[in-house]
Structures are given as structure tokens and as C-alpha cells.
Design a protein around this ligand. Structure first.
Ligand code: DX5
Ligand code: ZN
Length: 227
């Protein structure tokens, strides 16, 4: 069975002085989602963008905006990002007092809900909430910065999450974020991922190379797809 494959360029590595153009350029180059990293200098040691910027890029995006919240607390920002045009909202369980409630809040706002597992977060945080989720995001670097190296020991973790999703019988996306390149995309997809976030691998190449960078990821990923 061939799984759908989605490529989600992370704006963290885009040119922030030209974000609307960057969004349009990666979509024209084949992006399936726009990954939008929100950092608060509290849950993670970096500070990025909020709902105002999401709202500003929304008219430039014909694909869903995939909001990755690296913030604590989470809940107050959920309606703000939903209003700003988010299609998916993911958060880290360590950052919410009541994980199940936050998931319900995201879905009540009409967005798909995702839970993010840091490299050291055990897979069992999915135990009682997988049936409520649309997406599981496995971090393959520690959150906070683009351009870090993929942590190889996340491959068996991706396999373990894929087994749980299969056992649930539901269609839950499995996204992997951090250090994804054409050189490892095949192994990541073979382990069970269907959605690849790529920041430096796409934007680092420069606008004239966005299409070839996305194509290289897609072709490498296809090598890893289950037959
Ligand atoms: C890291 C972010 C990632 C980051 C990925 O905290 O969540 O989305 O932008 O960047 P690369 O692909 O360069 O590792
Ligand atoms: Zn991210």
C-alpha cells in the first residue's frame, strides 16, 4: 500500500523580509503544507512569530498552514491561530496542563490537532489520546532551531509510532521534523513517516532551487515507501 507523501517546508529558514513571496514560491515548487514554527523564548530558547504573521501569509497560501507551537502555555494561542488561518495546530504535551483538553480545543476551532514528541518524550504519551489526534509529529532534533543534525535513534521511534497508528485503524498523519534531507528521507519514510518537514533542505538552496530541493526530497522518500 502506497501512502500519500507530504512535503512541508519550514518557514523558519525562509527570508523573513519576503515571507509572502517565499510561501508562494515553495507552493509553486510543490509544497503540500506550509510548516509554521512558533517559538516563545520560554518553552524553547528562541523567539519567532505569532498569529499576526500567520494571518499575513494566509492569503499567499493555497495549501494548509501547519502550525507547530513551541510555546507554554498553549491554550490561549489556539483560537488566535485558528482565526489567523491555521489548518493544523500541533503542540508539545509538556507545555499543556491538560493535553486532552487542548486537543479538544484545537478540534473545536475547526483545525486538525497534532501532538509533538520531543526526542526524549516517550511514545506512551499517545496512550489515551491517539483516537483524538489527526497528526503525530516526531521531533528528530531538539526543538528551537533550524539546521540541526537528524538524530538517528528517532528511526525506531518513528516505527513504533507507525505501529500504534496502524493498530488504531484511524488515518493519523505521521510527520517528522528536524534534519530531514534527501540523504535520509528514504529511511524516514521507510520507518513510517508520511509527512516531512524540511527547513534548511528547501530554503537553504535558494529560490531558484526550491523545486529541485523538494523534488529531491520526494524522490528520496519514494525509495523508502512501502511496496
Ligand atoms: C525546529 C523546528 C523545525 C525546523 C526544521 O525546532 O521545529 O521545523 O525549522 O529545520 P531543519 O529542516 O533545518 O532541521
Ligand atoms: Zn517545526
Amino acid at each position: 500500500m502506497t501512502r500519500p507523501l507530504r512535503i512541508a517546508p519550514s518557514l523558519l529558514s525562509a527570508n523573513f523580509a519576503r515571507l509572502g513571496d517565499e510561501v508562494e514560491a515553495v507552493i509553486a515548487a510543490g509544497a503540500d503544507l506550509i510548516h509554521f514554527d512558533v517559538m516563545d523564548n520560554h518553552y524553547v530558547p528562541n523567539l519567532t512569530v505569532g498569529p499576526l504573521v500567520c494571518e499575513a501569509i494566509k492569503p499567499h497560501s493555497s495549501v494548509p498552514i501547519d502550525v507547530h507551537l513551541m510555546v507554554r502555555p498553549v491554550d490561549a494561542l489556539v483560537p488566535m491561530f485558528a482565526q489567523a488561518g491555521a489548518g493544523l495546530i500541533s503542540f508539545h504535551p509538556e507545555a499543556s496542563e491538560h493535553v486532552h483538553r487542548t486537543i479538544q480545543l484545537i478540534r473545536a476551532q475547526g483545525c486538525k490537532a497534532g501532538l509533538v514528541l520531543n526526542p526524549a518524550t516517550p511514545v506512551h504519551v499517545l496512550d489515551h489520546v491517539l483516537d483524538e489526534l489527526d497528526l503525530v509529529l516526531v521531533m528528530s532534533v531538539n526543538p528551537g532551531f533550524g539546521g540541526q543534525a537528524f538524530i538517528e535513534s528517532m528511526l525506531p521511534k518513528i516505527e513504533a509510532v507507525r505501529r500504534r497508528i496502524e493498530a488504531s485503524g484511524r488515518e493519523v498523519w505521521l510527520e517528522v521534523d528536524g534534519g530531514v534531507k534527501a540523504g535520509n528521507a528514504g529511511r524516514i519514510v521507510a520507518a513510517g513517516a508520511d509527512t516531512l518537514v524540511a527547513g534548511s533542505a528547501v530554503f537553504g538552496a535558494g529560490p531558484s532551487q526550491y523545486r529541485s530541493a523538494i523534488n529531491a526530497l520526494r524522490e528520496a522518500a519514494l525509495q523508502g515507501e512501502p511496496a
